[in-house]
Structures are given as structure tokens and as C-alpha cells.
Design a protein. Structure first.
Lengths: 399, 323
């Protein structure tokens, strides 16, 4: 093998599209720096943190094992969806590979009454909210544009327009304030909102506007930025000159960078931020420093723009491996547990596949439904025409 | 019955809507203490508080974007866009989010939002303050688009818009804000309906917003020449009240559409196409359009040349009758 060739990754990540061209430009290594909160090193060792240790220590062993189960099942679901796309069953898939800890850690910090506003990659958060994962496939299969009731699990529809949902989250939080559901001291009532977005989204005006509105209103919203280093083909340094978490200060509220591949740190930092929001202390900007191990979506080819050495570095920071190591060395989980999770993951993959394939295509007239809440004559007339037009063929066939 | 201005008709309509439903909140720039640059929300913050009449940061995408979130929380936001030409930063939220959320959620989410836009020219304003951008929104499925033309409709239509479970773009004819009229005890039909505001036999004039008054003046002038013009106030642009339009067109056989917006792909283009499809054999003349030219809204010293006026309307009437 010549120096310019790179062997395919054998890989926990399954696919080989991390193999990259050797002439891609060098990038500075992505290091979280000394300000990054980390409770679990990539080697799986617990890093003490006087301020946050209490939050993690309060978790039962069962809850800790639950986090592992979430991470593993979400990765398995994601892999199944990628496979379904490769087999033509989904038109597109946006993989969360590598970002499981950022999503599960933050998702499990939410309370039932809290509300999450996702991008289109928050499959792990959806899982934590209790959204049936098959529902997430609908828009990627092309049978709907979302299709779940956001209020059922307090998980808004996926938003494709980058950054738009940060404003929706802020407005929702302004509603929460007007309902008096902040700072009452009632754990079942005080409500926080979390807005998910990526590093690319921070360049959108909407995100800055959301930070302004949330800041001046002191709204109970956590801005959870998964900095996965890449906005399709554009590296972080094309989006920002300063670390993203620094941005919060200019809007008048705290920002914090957390190791996004450390599920314990993400959980603790997010919980702290959500608690601050619920108790009336206003917004927090959390930058979860992570990495998009896969392509942007299944339509993307990262070999055209990033080097495999970079991916290798992040492979060693894998969120699931380090957590498994820690659970094992501390005796919080044993081989039987991991085997059981593996079996459950395979079962999930199989059932997701089966239910995806069974998803019916919508009937033509469905497109006219729900355009308006109250009847709109133009849409009603066109639907009538559409049905008559198609019925005319059936009549012809019948003759 | 009480005589009031069109602007104050909206104020009293908003007040009634807010008294009736505590979930109605107003958002906009300068709408609190100042009462809005046109004073449409004057006094409302004093009476309903800063939580319900919200002076927002100066960012239109932010205003509509956060209003979406408030609607998701169960509120009924009424957004004020300060001037027509300032709505574009919010365009994405209106077209990609507000209009689509009901459909995307398969009917589980509603967007009972009103977006008020003072529109049109004729007040000698600087750039971006005189536009008529209704076609952009009428072209977007999921939105309702209406325009009031007089104090009575201003009062009742804003109340109906607030009560609608669909998002409504509510156009206010800014040069008619100070026109006075009576506000009656009940609305004239539902929000999607047109209204014949002057009966006539020879030619139908279709108009909305500020051009209704212009058309009524044209009809009065034409009467002196022995011509009987019927004036239909469309009131709703999405949906169009095609039944009312067709009834008038069939009666007179001649139709002239009048609006300030450019005629190219304007509401008149849709009306013309619809009338050709539905009433081809009943028309005595092609549907004619009187509107703005296909140019950026001109500097105010030229706006009289740009805007349809009584003479241009009557010119079109002459041309229609010449067929």
C-alpha cells in the first residue's frame, strides 16, 4: 500500500466512507481544550468534577445501565436506517453515528413536561422522548413530512430549514413563562425547552435572533449545539472564528462546552442548564463537542473533503466504547447485560425494518388533507377534481 | 353604530378579541407604549400588560419564529409587521413553517396566527414602505390572505382572523387608515367571502384594500356618463370567493381587476384565468387589469404615476366596453 492509500476502517462504524483522499487540506486537530467539561475520558476513566459529580452520583446503577442501553439501541436503529436507505427503502437518511452520547445524555436530562425542538438528526433525542422510531422514517421514506403529533411526547417535528427551530423553541419558552410554569418549585410543573442545532446552524441569522429573544426575555430555553465539526463539507472554521460556546456571553447568558462524546458529562451539564431554566435563571448555550462519524446524509460523500486521519482520531473518542469500559471496570454492568442489550438491539433493528417495509404509501387524496384546519374552497375543489379524474379511469377500466 | 377610522376599527377589533380570549397575544416592533407606528395597538399594552402586548426585538424572522413557538404552546399570536417591505426577513418562517405545520403534523398542530401587514402606497413614504406583496402569500397553500378596505370590515375581519384556526395574512390599506366609517353590529359574511359594495350592470370592478375606494369613486364618476359599474370588494385573496366573482361577471359580462400590486402574476392574473375557464361564453370582453407596473415601487414623487387611479380605472372601463 502506498502512503497515499488508506485502508478501509474495519470499524465499529460499519461503513467505509471515512476513507478519504490524501490531498484533502490539513485541519487543526479538533481539541475541546481545557474549558471542556469531561467526566469520562476516552479511555473510560472517571474525571472528577466537584460541581457536577453530585448529579452523576445521584444516578442509580440501573439508570446508568439504561444510558448504555439507549446509546446502543439508538446506534443500532441508526445503522438499520442507513441500511434501509442503501437498499432503496428510504430516499435519504441523516445518520447520527458518533453523536449518540450528545443526544442521549441531553435527552435523558429532560423531564416529561419539557419540550424538545430537533433538527432532522435527533433520532437519539426522539428515542429518549419515547417517539416510536418508525415514525422518524416516514419523512425519509417519503410517505409524510413528519407525521407525529408533537404534543404527544413534547418532541417537535423535524425541522429541515437550518436553525428555524431555535426560534420556535424560544417562542414556546415565552409561552411557558406566560403560563407561569417557571420557578414555582413544583418539579412536575416547572418547564424547560431545549433547542437542538448544529455548528452550521450557528451561522444562520435565526439562531442569533433566537439568542437575542431568549436573552432579553430570560426565557427557559437551553440552546444545545452539537458541534459535530462539519456542516456537510464545510469544517467548523468556515462557520466561526471563535469557539461557539463563547457566543453566549455576548447575548448575556452563560455558555459551556461539554465533551459531546461523554454521556455522563452531557447529562450533567444539560441537567444543570435545564434546572437553571426551570427555576427562572434563563437560557444557557451548551456546545456539545462531538463528531459526525458518517456522511452528512446518505447522499453525501465525505471522502471528497475530509481526511481519514481526522476520523481515526475521533474513532478513539467513541462515546459508546468509553462508557462500556467504565461500566465494566466499575462493575456496574457485566457481560450478561451487554449481551442482552445486543440481543435487544438486533430485535429492534429487525422490527424497525419490518415495520418500515409495511409502511403504506399514502393515497393520492391524502395530499389535500390538513392543508387547512378549516375548509379552503380552492383546495376542496381541486381535491374533488382530482378524485373525479382518477375515478374516470376506473370507470373506463370497468367498461 | 359608531363612526371611527379604519385604524381604530382594527384597534377595537383586537381589543374585543383579547377580552374574549386570554390566549390572544400581540407581538411586534413598537406596538407597546408607542402603540405601533400607525397607532393601531394604541392603549392595548396599558390595558392588557406587557406579557400580552409584546414589544419585540427588531427582527422580523424572530418575531414570526417565536410567534410559531407561542402558537405551539397554545397561544393565538397576532403579529404586526411594521411595513409591507419589512416582511421579507420573516418570509421563510411564514412560507416554510407557518403555512406547513398543520399539514406536516397530519393535522395535529394548528397555527392560529394572524400576521398584520400595513400595505400599499400613496402616502409619500420612502423605499420599502409602500409595497403590495400579497401575491407571494396567496400563492402559498396553507395560508389565508385577506385585505380590509373600510372600518367596519377592519373591525370584524380582524376578529374573524384571530378566531380562525388557520394562519391569516391580514393586509391593512395604510393610506386608508384615517378614513372614517361606521362599524356595524355584525360582520358581513365569513372571512373568505367577497361583498358587492356597489351594484351595477355594465362592468364589474374587482378590487380589495385601498383600491376599493378608488373603484367606488370611479363608479360614481362613470354614473355621470350613464355607465353603471358594479364594485366587488374581494376582501379575501386566499381563498378567492369565486362564486361572488362569477355571479357579478355573468351579470355584467365585463370585468376589470384593480390592484396596486404589479399586474404581472398578480391577483388579477388568477382572476382573469379563472373567469376565462369558468365563464368564457358569458364574457363580452377580455378581463382587463389595472395595476402597478413591473418595476420596483418608484420614488414617492413618481408614485401617482405608478398607482392605479380613477382615470386609469375609467380608461379600462372604456376599453372593456369597446369590445
Amino acid at each position: 500500500m502506498s502512503d497515499n492509500e488508506v485502508a478501509p476502517l474495519e470499524t465499529a462504524y460499519g461503513v467505509d466512507h471515512h476513507v478519504t483522499r490524501a490531498d484533502a487540506p490539513d485541519r487543526p486537530a479538533q481539541e475541546g481544550g481545557p474549558d471542556m467539561v469531561q467526566l469520562l475520558s476516552p479511555e473510560g476513566e472517571r474525571v472528577p468534577h466537584p460541581e457536577l459529580d453530585g448529579i452523576v452520583d445521584a444516578l442509580s446503577d440501573e439508570a446508568l445501565r439504561g444510558l448504555y442501553r439507549d446509546l446502543a439501541l439508538v446506534r443500532r436503529f441508526d445503522a438499520e436506517a442507513t441500511a434501509l436507505q442503501r437498499q432503496g427503502e428510504l430516499g435519504l437518511w441523516a445518520s447520527l453515528l458518533g453523536q449518540e452520547a450528545a443526544q442521549v445524555g441531553s435527552g435523558r436530562a429532560l423531564r416529561r413536561q419539557d419540550y424538545a425542538f430537533p433538527t432532522y438528526r435527533e433520532h437519539g433525542v426522539a428515542w429518549c422522548r419515547g417517539v416510536d422510531p418508525v415514525n422518524l422514517l416516514g419523512m425519509f421514506r417519503g410517505v409524510n413530512h413528519g407525521g407525529w403529533d408533537p404534543n404527544e411526547k413534547n418532541f417537535h417535528l423535524y425541522t429541515i430549514i437550518i436553525g428555524a427551530q431555535t426560534l420556535h423553541a424560544t417562542g414556546y419558552a415565552m409561552g411557558v413563562q406566560r403560563d407561569g410554569d417557571v420557578g414555582t418549585g413544583d418539579e412536575g410543573r416547572d418547564t424547560a425547552v431545549i433547542a437542538y442545532f448544529g455548528d452550521g446552524a450557528t451561522s444562520q441569522g435565526d439562531v442569533s435572533e433566537a439568542l437575542v429573544f431568549a436573552g432579553v426575555n430570560n426565557s427557559p430555553v437551553v440552546f444545545f449545539c452539537q458541534n459535530n465539526q462539519w456542516a456537510i463539507s464545510e469544517p467548523n472554521e468556515k462557520q466561526t472564528r471563535a469557539p461557539l460556546w463563547h457566543r453566549a456571553r455576548g447575548f448575556g447568558f452563560p455558555g459551556i462546552r461539554v465533551d459531546g462524546n461523554d454521556v455522563l458529562a452531557v447529562y450533567a451539564v444539560t441537567k444543570q442548564a435545564l434546572d437553571a431554566a426551570r427555576t427562572g435563571q434563563g437560557p444557557t448555550f451548551v456546545e456539545a463537542f462531538t463528531y459526525r462519524m458518517g456522511a452528512h446524509t446518505t447522499s453525501d460523500d465525505p471522502t471528497k473533503y475530509r481526511v481519514s486521519a481526522e476520523v481515526e482520531v475521533w474513532k478513539h473518542r467513541d462515546p459508546i466504547e468509553r462508557y462500556k469500559r467504565w461500566l465494566t471496570t466499575t462493575g456496574k454492568a457485566d457481560a450478561d447485560f451487554f449481551d442482552a442489550v445486543d440481543a435487544e438491539a438486533d430485535e429492534l433493528g429487525g422490527s424497525v425494518r419490518e415495520r418500515c417495509l409495511a409502511m403504506p404509501d399514502p393515497e393520492g387524496p391524502e395530499m389535500f388533507r390538513h392543508v387547512y384546519a378549516e375548509e379552503h374552497p380552492v383546495t376542496a375543489r381541486e381535491r374533488e377534481w382530482f378524485e373525479g379524474y382518477h375515478a374516470s379511469f376506473e370507470e373506463e377500466v370497468a367498461r | 353604530m359608531s363612526s371611527t377610522t379604519l385604524a381604530k376599527g382594527i384597534t377595537s377589533g383586537l381589543r374585543a378579541a383579547m377580552e374574549k380570549d386570554a390566549r390572544v397575544v400581540l407581538l411586534g416592533e413598537d406596538i407597546g407604549k408607542l402603540g405601533g407606528v400607525f397607532r393601531v395597538t394604541e392603549g392595548l399594552q396599558k390595558d392588557f400588560g406587557e406579557d400580552r402586548v409584546i414589544d419585540t426585538p427588531l427582527a422580523e424572522a424572530g418575531i414570526v419564529g417565536t410567534a410559531i413557538g407561542m402558537a405551539l404552546r397554545g397561544y393565538r399570536p397576532v403579529v404586526e409587521i411594521q411595513f409591507d417591505g419589512f416582511v421579507y426577513p420573516a418570509f421563510d418562517h411564514i412560507v416554510s413553517q407557518v403555512a406547513k405545520l398543520h399539514s406536516r403534523s397530519l393535522g395535529t398542530v394548528r397555527m392560529p396566527m394572524v400576521i398584520r401587514i400595513p400595505f400599499g402606497g400613496g402616502i409619500g413614504a420612502v423605499e420599502h414602505h409602500s409595497e403590495s406583496n400579497e401575491t407571494y402569500f396567496a400563492h402559498t397553500a396553507g395560508l389565508r390572505v385577506v385585505a380590509c378596505s373600510n372600518p367596519h370590515d377592519a373591525h370584524w375581519m380582524i376578529r374573524q382572523a384571530v378566531e380562525s384556526d388557520d394562519p391569516v395574512i391580514f393586509y391593512e390599506p395604510k393610506r386608508r387608515y384615517w378614513d372614517k366609517g361606521e362599524v356595524g353590529e355584525a360582520p358581513d359574511g365569513d372571512l373568505g367571502s367577497a361583498r358587492v359594495v356597489r351594484e351595477g350592470d355594465d362592468v364589474t370592478l374587482l378590487a380589495y384594500g385601498p383600491m376599493v375606494k378608488t373603484c367606488l369613486q370611479a363608479a360614481t364618476a362613470a354614473e355621470e356618463d350613464g355607465r353603471s359599474l358594479e364594485v366587488v370588494d374581494l376582501r379575501s385573496l386566499s381563498p378567492l370567493d369565486t362564486g361572488a366573482v362569477l355571479a357579478s361577471a355573468r351579470k355584467t359580462g365585463r370585468v376589470v381587476v384593480v390592484h396596486e400590486a404589479s399586474t404581472f402574476l398578480g391577483i388579477g392574473a388568477e382572476l382573469s384565468a379563472m373567469l376565462t375557464e369558468e365563464a368564457f361564453y358569458e364574457l363580452e370582453a377580455p378581463v382587463l387589469r389595472v395595476g402597478g407596473y413591473n418595476v420596483p415601487y418608484p420614488p414617492s414623487r413618481l408614485e401617482e404615476e405608478f398607482l392605479p387611479d380613477l382615470d386609469r380605472v375609467l380608461d379600462a372601463v372604456d376599453r372593456s366596453l369597446a369590445y
